[in-house]
Design a protein around this ligand. Structure first.
Ligand code: F0G
Length: 424
């Protein structure tokens, strides 16, 4: 059997090549692969993936397409639009682990900011834009807090599709809006917030005749699953105790849950790591729902310095709840101050990441303090976006703060004596 689309609660099935994002009764859709049929074609074991040499159209690939059999098995290799996304580093860092009080040998940071456009979005984008082409779409669109629009812009250009992005006015970091403009996508600055942009995308799907590439698109999540499998493979399929990452629209939460569930079903892992989703306090509807035993999602007006996750109405809520159930996962929230302190530490370690990404490290700190994460456990944190995405936050911090890590520049006259005087 070929892969299909299936609604997540009532199990209504649709063919993979039907253009739709929800079922007729309004549920989110999963891409379901037929593992039994696939196993007859490919071994799909740890050894298979460890020894496999993957390539796309003659170029060594690795990354997302290393796992093509479990992402888009039925799509011809020649149809794939790829910029060799994935293959990101799994850092071990003494400075950050000692700041957190974790064992350096057991703490890792997976840097998704090292993808082609500087965020994890590229992993989802390569899969979803490939499907957009496959489905003969002419235009692609998204609502975005910045990174999705940057990624869409680059991939739409590569795929020769018209790109249209909706971003909230005054709430997108300069690095991200620069990318959307530079890669040549139509950029609409909406007088509203991200949730308004997302609502417009859902309403305008038909009238705009543009194919949405937000994480409501189930193919985005198929690409993002590979973050989990790549971590497992980089660790020789040894399962960590925790995977910690920021949550906004909850696409990653949903994708990570599905990836781990599938890896378990396939026998690639014998237990699941626990997911810990970190939200900014001012944009924490998922955290609040978690605290209420998921009795319902109350949307909110979001506010946080971490603009990437400034989202009050996450579209993937139901899938994210399922992911936490599968993984015995938890949700934590952190203040903007905690995010900035964590960011100063991540940056000063010579690694660096954008504010939303550093919610990961702030969350780990808080979960260690509360005893939820034990200091002898193995923890993998995900840094979702590159340090250069949001330079304004960095400049504001280092020019204006009086903290131990604040590192303001100094003006000097053009003379070696002046420089010597300053350095002494
Ligand atoms: N981190 C970064 C850097 C992001 O850009 C996003 C989402 C997230 C975390 C949250 O991930 O939505 O899967 O829970 N950015 C989207 C965008 C919303 O438009 O770029 P999520």
């Amino acid at each position: 059997m070929k892969s299909i689309l299936k609604s997540i609660s009532s199990g209504i099935e649709y063919p993979l090549d039907e253009v739709r994002f929800t079922s007729d009764n309004g549920e989110l859709l999963d891409v379901i692969h037929d593992f039994d049929a696939l196993k007859k074609k490919y071994p799909l074991t740890r050894e298979y993936f460890l020894s496999k040499r993957s390539s796309i159209n003659g170029q060594p690939s690795g990354g997302v397409w290393h796992f093509k059999e479990l992402v888009l098995p039925d799509i011809a290799e020649s149809e794939i639009v790829s910029k060799q996304e994935g293959n990101t580093r799994l850092y071990r860092t003494k400075k950050i682990s000692s700041w957190l009080g974790l064992n350096k040998e057991k703490f890792f940071l997976k840097h998704e900011g090292e993808n082609p456009t500087g965020s994890f979005k590229d992993r989802g984008m390569t899969a979803a834009i490939t499907m957009a082409k496959h489905l003969k779409q002419k235009a692609v669109t998204c609502a975005s807090t910045g990174n999705t629009s940057a990624s869409l812009a680059a991939y739409a250009s590569e795929a020769e599709l018209t790109g249209i992005v909706l971003i909230p006015k005054g709430n997108v970091a300069v690095g991200k809006i620069s990318q959307a403009l530079a890669y040549g996508t139509k950029t609409l600055v909406v007088n509203g917030d991200f949730d308004d942009c997302m609502r417009l995308i859902r309403e305008a799907q038909e009238t705009l005749s543009a194919y949405p590439l937000n994480s409501i698109n189930p193919f985005r999540l198929e690409g993002q699953k590979t973050i989990m499998w790549e971590i497992l493979q980089q660790r020789n399929w040894q399962v960590p105790d925790w995977i910690v990452f920021p949550g906004g629209n909850l696409g990653n939460t949903s994708a990570f849950g599905k990836a781990l569930h599938e890896a378990h079903q396939l026998g690639l892992i014998d237990r699941l790591p626990r997911l810990a989703v970190i939200q900014a306090e001012g944009a924490s509807p998922f955290y609040k729902a978690y605290k209420n035993n998921f009795s319902g999602l109350k949307t909110e007006k979001a506010e946080t310095i971490a603009t990437a996750i400034k989202i009050g109405d996450p579209v993937n809520y139901t899938k994210a709840v399922r992911a936490l159930k599968w993984t015995n996962g938890i949700v934590e929230s952190v203040t903007d101050e905690e995010i900035l302190e964590a960011k100063a530490n991540v940056d000063a370690a010579g690694i660096g990441a954008e504010p939303a990404s550093c919610a990961t490290v702030a969350g780990i700190k808080k979960l260690i303090a509360s005893g939820e994460i034990k200091t002898n456990e193995t923890v993998v944190g995900i840094l979702t976006g590159n340090i250069l995405k949001d330079p304004q936050v960095i400049v504001d911090y280092h020019f204006n703060r009086k903290t131990a890590l604040a590192n303001p520049p100094h003006d000097v006259e053009a003379s070696i004596e002046e420089i010597k005087k300053y350095l002494s």
